[in-house]
Each structure stands twice: as C-alpha cells, then as structure tokens.
Design a protein around this ligand. Structure first.
Ligand SMILES: [Fe+2]
Length: 268
C-alpha cells in the first residue's frame, strides 16, 4: 500500500498527524483513550498532495469456514500465543472511516475452526477515528494453508470486502497459492505475545470519516468538577472558558478540559 514513488502516502501523513497531536497527562492511560486523545483536536485539512490513491485492500476468498452472526466482540478468548491486531480503515480518499464492520474469524491454536459455535469469531466496528483493535491468539496452522486471519470489512451501506491477513516470516507463505504479500501485517513480538498492525483501504469515497459531532443544545453545566459524570454534548466552564463534552466519561483530576482534547472541545 506504500506509494512506491515517494514512499510516503497520504495515509502515513495522516497517521503521523494523529500521533503528533498533544497527549497531555494521558500518556499512561489506556491505549484506547490515548489513541482517541491523539487523534482528536487534529483537524484533517484537505491537502493538495492527497492524490496518491492508496490501493484498495485486495479481496481474497472467503474459504469454507465463514459463519454469519458472529458475536459482537473485539476479544476472541482462547489459549495460545496472545495476539493483537490493530489499525485503521480508510476510504480511497485517505479519509478514516468510522463505523466500519469488521468481522474476524480464524483457526484456534491447533488450526481448527469452530464450525459449531463461535470460538475465534467476532465482529466489531471502527471508532470515530476509523481505528479498530482485535485481541486474539496467533491462529494455528492447518494443512494446505499458511498462517492467516479471515476478515470481512464493510463500511455502512457499502459492499463487503472479504480478505485475509498474513504473518511475515512464515515458511508456508512461499507455498500457499492464496497468500498475497500485499496483505501482510506488520507484526512485532511484545513479551510473550505478538502485536500486528494492518490498515485497510476500502473502495469508498466521501461519506464515512469521523462521525460528525452533533450540534448540541447548549446545556448550562456549570463549572467542571472532578468526579462528575459527563455525557457527550454537556457543556461546562473551566478557567472562564466553555467546553463541550465530546465523549461521555467520569471526570478525574488531571482530566481538566484543556488537558484532554479527546473528551472536551473548546466552544467558541
Ligand atoms: Fe482459513
């Protein structure tokens, strides 16, 4: 998916912008919140160099083991080598896509699919920044295939992309005729587990993108207070400045509105 001419894609620049956003006081918080903090407060401006046209993620065969109606869950429990797979889903215009359905299914540690129940099957949706994260195990090998994870991706009301993700350094990658190096995850070893990343690009233009913040009805919320539970849309004042809550949460000391752009947006 790299632009072979420049080596840098619009997507890379976007991700760099996401990472570069300030992260005051949240560096030690949960990754999900930190990621949200990193990405909010960053206005994605249209850029004249967004013309590289990231390649749409390639389709692959569904194989014989897909089952509909997988449970809504991002963690697939079971024994094996822990694995997370995370990344973003983009449209062809480089825009992150929110609310994309990602339905994962894979073999267990012994290379077997659960065709009776739903072990190692689950679906989730990308968040407002187009991010997803699957927590699972490294799938086992089974005859005839290299190591892989199946996935279906679907932006709201758009066609389904069916594909598979692969692991680098697998001996069978060179003999599996279905294997496609364009679908390799980046995988690193962390402790006793693995962390994989993969960004999808769906053949979707326009629409999508971060969920627009609804125009709130101004609700006088008084002065910000630690310990108070705020809902998205609530407004408070802090230091004489008005902020609007953009993500429901219970306020903690250190999460004062100016410090947590993932939670509070300055109004006016
Ligand atoms: Fe498979």
């Amino acid at each position: 998916m790299e632009d072979e001419k420049s080596g840098i894609t619009r997507k890379d620049l976007l991700k760099a912008a996401l990472v570069a956003a300030p992260l005051p006081l949240l560096a030690g918080q949960a990754p999900a919140l930190a990621r949200t903090a990193a990405s909010s407060g960053t206005t994605l401006t249209p850029t004249p160099f967004c013309h590289d046209g990231d390649e749409v993620t390639r389709e692959q065969t569904e194989g014989p083991y897909f089952k509909p109606n997988s449970p809504l869950r991002s963690t697939l429990p079971g024994s094996g080598t822990p694995l997370t797979v995370s990344g973003y889903v983009f449209g062809v215009n480089c825009q992150p896509l929110a609310n994309v359905l990602l339905d994962f299914w894979q073999a267990d540690n012994n290379g077997a699919y659960d065709n009776v129940g739903f072990n190692f099957r689950g679906h989730q949706f990308t968040d407002a920044q187009g991010a997803y994260k699957l927590t699972t195990i490294v799938p086992g090998l089974y005859p005839g295939r290299t190591r892989h994870i199946h996935v279906k991706a679907q932006a709201p009301n758009k066609p389904i992309l069916t594909t598979q993700l692969y692991f680098p350094g697998e001996p069978r990658n060179s003999t599996d005729t279905i294997y496609d190096p364009a679908l390799l995850m980046t995988v690193r070893t962390v402790g006793s587990g693995k962390e994989g990343t993969f960004d999808f690009v769906l053949n979707v233009t326009g629409g999508g993108g971060p969920t627009p913040t609804p125009t709130p009805t101004p609700t006088p919320g008084g002065t910000w207070q630690a310990g108070h539970t705020y809902q998205a849309g609530d407004q408070v004042t802090y230091g004489g400045v008005t902020y609007r809550c953009i993500q429901g949460h219970t306020a903690l000391v250190g999460w004062e509105p100016p410090n947590v752009p993932s939670l509070w947006q300055r109004v006016g």
